[in-house]
Design a protein around this ligand. Structure first.
Ligand code: SF4
Length: 401
């Protein structure tokens, strides 16, 4: 096991776990992303060869297979301890019986994507940008996946992206300036296949900006080859949103993969999902955002977990998310503070959720609270008709003290 950066036990060290459970694999095979995909853990038998499963996990593997497939790359599997079912990495990728439980709030399509799909595989929900679902496959499967209805090929729906129709739609819709490739995970494509999609999009003059949403650099860092990076660099401006939930996911290999992307000029942001027992505490999130900056990744969003079917055991309170942001804002580098959002159920889009820093606001002044809880006034210009519902507890405290 190698480690570098911090060695003082604060969780910020970068560690390699290779070859871990695969002590027979040569280094050449280990570093081959196709070998990693071929050797994914996908069955109960393979799991039990390495892990001592809890009853909840064993039942989860047996009963949740028609909801979302089980698959974990050897690289990521090495992060799982053999006998700790509640480990934060294990909770993300090993099915549990709770996935078969329903909650009255659960939804198959919590972001309302299917009702905003003018062409199969193309979601046009916001005015100037689209989500292009180019595949239903990922390197590994996250048990809380927002698109589990289509992802992995075993769920209740199938994804039949019509590429030609999608390109034609985009050519005609001149208001679309931003295309986000997601799925599934576009980086699972071969370089050639991905380049065909990127070059075709780039040939559309009004598309200003391309993005890829991917967890491949984390699940499968071997995929981030110099050849892939050189190809991506031909299609700038190309941005990437990666998905890291826990600081332990940032290994030596992942850090190198992210650096390689950054060196190819790809700006990197991170999207985390707030998950119970994974990252719903201040210390874990603080370590994560600091490690992300060390990997040249800007923490971008923390999502409140969508109301996806069978995810209630992973959801945490909104109050916990606000508490985490409160503990970061002002207490650490501004670049390290992501935006906490709720994707409004049913297709309302992302809504930013912030701690209450504005206590009162009218035509004359705004009353604000800083990260230390100190209260300040800033004069208004008096030109606008400001209407702001004050937060009662602060308002009363401020006005009557
Ligand atoms: S990588 Fe993304 S799309 Fe794939 S299973 Fe995880 S959350 Fe879903």
């Amino acid at each position: 096991m190698n480690a570098f950066a911090s060695e003082n036990g604060d969780g910020k060290e970068f560690v390699s776990h290779a070859p871990g459970y695969w002590s027979d694999a040569t280094q050449e095979l280990w570093n081959d992303w196709k070998w990693q995909l071929k050797n994914r853990i996908t069955t109960l038998g393979q799991l039990e060869r390495h892990l001592e499963l809890s009853d909840q996990e064993r039942s989860g593997v047996l009963l949740s297979g028609d909801k979302l497939a089980l698959a974990v790359t050897p690289h990521f599997f090495n992060l799982l301890p053999a006998n700790e079912p509640d480990d934060p990495i294990r909770r993300q990728v090993i099915p549990r019986i709770e996935e078969t439980w329903g909650s009255p709030y659960d939804m198959a399509d919590p972001c309302g994507e299917d009702s905003h799909m003018p062409v199969p595989g193309l979601v046009h929900r916001y005015p100037d940008r689209v989500l292009f679902l180019v595949t239903d496959r990922c390197a590994s499967y996250c048990r809380y996946c927002t698109r589990s209805r289509v992802v992995s090929g075993v769920g209740e729906q199938e994804l039949h992206t019509n590429f030609e129709e999608a390109f034609r739609y985009l050519e005609m819709h001149t208001e679309v300036r931003d295309v986000l490739l997601s799925g599934g995970d576009a980086l699972i494509f071969s370089d050639d296949r991905l380049e065909k999609v990127l070059s075709r999009l780039r040939a559309i003059p009004h598309i200003e900006f391309l993005r890829i949403g991917t967890r491949v650099p984390i699940f499968l860092p071997q995929r981030i080859t110099p050849e892939l990076c050189a190809m991506l660099a031909k299609y700038h401006p190309l941005w990437m949103s990666v998905h890291v939930n826990h600081p332990r996911e940032l290994t030596i290999e992942v850090k190198r993969a992210l650096e390689r992307l950054a060196n190819a000029g790809v700006p990197l942001g991170n999207q985390s999902v707030l998950l119970a027992g994974v990252n719903d505490d201040v210390e874990t999130m603080k370590t994560l955002v600091h490690k992300l900056l060390m990997c040249r990744v800007r923490p971008y969003y923390i999502y409140q977990c969508d109301l996806i079917n069978g995810s209630s055991h992973l959801r945490t309170s909104v109050a916990r998310g606000i508490e985490i942001i409160e503990s970061l804002r002002g207490h650490t580098t501004g670049y390290a503070v992501p935006q906490f959002v709720i994707d409004a159920p049913g297709g309302g889009g992302k809504v930013p959720i912030n701690p209450g820093y504005v206590l009162y606001h009218d035509n004359e002044k705004i009353v604000i609270r800083n990260y230390e809880g100190k209260i300040f006034e800033y004069p208004e210009t008096g030109n606008e008709n400001v209407q702001f519902a004050p937060q009662r507890e602060y308002h009363d405290e401020y006005l009557y003290s």
